[in-house]
Design a protein around this ligand. Structure first.
Ligand code: PMP
Length: 442
């Protein structure tokens, strides 16, 4: 049976060995170095359909990575294929203005509370950079406050304190800005103030010390990159209030939450409206498109052309068509409900299995995106440092046991499960059975 057979991934190993001769490290993104399963090489995927992917050895998996949440409608979704086929016939890109980008911006304005104006980019990293540039241009200030553990892409600007070790991170009350990589200039790091998440006192202390120099406070409203750590009640309101009082631009990085947690993203869900928000992933349904959007006043300098933002590929007809088709689906109440309820079923299965086996485990997030964290007492995490105390080895075993049973999840325990809207009842049944069996094997 599937449960006892380790999926054979020999061809993935062959491809990985071959890749290392030409691709730096054998990969195209640093985050792909980690294997998806109980083997020391990445998985090579040959095809996908709906919620399923097939690797180069012919093994099939139900996919809860779903290209980091991007292919939200499922792989090779008919909704997208139809829209894309039309564009393939008429030209994918002209580097000029096109009508689809206008329709797409209008739809985003209708769906997202903060979005009075929109600018498109190609990746989350780029769109974060655009939002930060706009905030700096608008305020005339240069420093940015970010939260320890939150991820905002790989650019120099904010690749600071993404995943510091306990030693690097410094004291609880005075976290140290830690560059995520060599090659990030000290001057850039000096412009970043790092703060603990979900801690009102830490926030006020940091704002009292640096508030007048801060252009923006940037955060993940649900911290997808910290195992879906949820905001404490009132915390996002506090961010909003403090930023307003101090003339700081509040930026929600909704690259993971946007359009996945509902048409209005996290800001719609929590009823807290930032000045700017960043979108990607679910926006494009699997094609590379991103956006920063927000209050007219804050984006005025971009609109006037004083603050520069460019991009050859921005909102190409190919990607704009994919995004339009995707958002039209994600704007439908039945699709929103299906995403939420499907994820809630898996969350509940994990909770039940953990409870039955007396394994301390926090299942946190919202239906469409969530994570299981093996905290010592099973309490949900409040901030990045809580994750450092969780049992990462147990999480890896859990993930490997799921993988052996045909369930593909993110290789990083600090990331999360993303549910595809294409998920079926039978696929959810298989997932819940695999969860039960994985806990039995822990
Ligand atoms: N912000 C968040 C919250 C993300 O999760 C990511 C990607 N994982 C990014 C920004 C960067 O997006 P990209 O990889 O498209 O540059």
């Amino acid at each position: 049976t599937r449960a006892t057979t380790l999926p054979r991934t020999r061809q993935s190993r062959v491809w990985f060995e071959r890749a290392q001769a030409s691709l730096a490290g054998g990969i195209s993104s640093s985050s792909r170095a980690t294997s998806a399963g109980p083997h020391p090489y990445p998985l090579y995927i040959e095809s996908g359909s709906g919620s399923r992917i097939r690797d180069v050895d012919g093994n099939e998996y139900i996919d809860y990575l779903i290209s980091y949440g991007s292919a939200v409608l499922g792989h090779a979704s008919p909704h997208l294929t139809e829209a894309l086929t039309g564009v393939l016939r008429t030209g994918t890109m002209f580097g000029t203005c096109n009508t689809l980008e206008v329709e797409l911006a209008e739809l985003i304005r209708d769906m997202v509370p903060c979005a009075e104006l929109v600018r498109f980019a190609n990746s989350g990293s780029e769109a974060v950079q655009g939002a930060v540039r706009a905030a700096r241009g608008h305020t005339g200030r240069s420093k940015i406050l970010k939260f320890e553990g939150h991820y905002h892409g790989w650019t120099d600007t904010l690749a600071v304190s993404n995943r510091p070790t306990a030693v690097e991170a410094g004291p609880d009350t005075a976290p140290v800005p830690v560059p995520h990589s060599p090659g990030i200039p000290a001057g850039v790091v000096d412009d970043v103030v790092v703060c603990q998440w979900n801690d009102p006192t830490a926030l006020r202390t940091a704002l009292d010390a640096h508030g007048r120099e801060l252009a923006a406070v940037v955060c993940e409203p649900i911290v997808a990159n910290n195992a879906c750590t949820m905001p404490q009640p009132g915390y996002l309101d506090l961010l909003r209030k403090e930023c307003t009082a101090r003339g700081i631009v509040l930026v929600f990085d909704e690259v993971c939450t946007g359009f996945r947690t509902g048409p209005g993203g996290a800001q719609g869900m929590f009823g807290v409206v930032p000045d700017l928000a960043v979108f990607s992933k679910a926006l494009g349904g699997g094609l590379p498109i991103a956006a920063f959007a927000g209050r007219r006043e804050v984006l005025e300098s971009v609109a006037e052309g004083r603050v520069r933002h460019g991009g050859t590929y921005n909102a190409s007809p190919l990607c704009a068509a994919a995004a339009l088709a995707t958002l039209r689906r994600l704007n439908r109440p039945e699709v929103v409900t299906h995403l939420r309820e499907s994820g809630e079923r898996v969350m509940e299965a994990i909770r039940r299995a953990a409870h039955d086996r007396r394994v301390p485990c926090a299942v946190q997030g919202v239906g469409a995106m969530f994570q299981a964290v093996f905290t010592p007492d099973g309490a949900p995490t409040r901030r990045y440092r809580d994750l450092l105390g969780a049992d990462q080895a147990r999480h890896d075993t859990f993930r490997h046991e799921l993988f052996r049973r045909g369930i593909h999840t993110n290789a990083y325990g600090l990331a999360c499960w993303f549910v595809p809207a294409s998920i079926t009842g039978a696929e959810l049944d298989s997932t819940c059975e695999a969860v039960e069996a994985a806990f039995a094997a822990l």
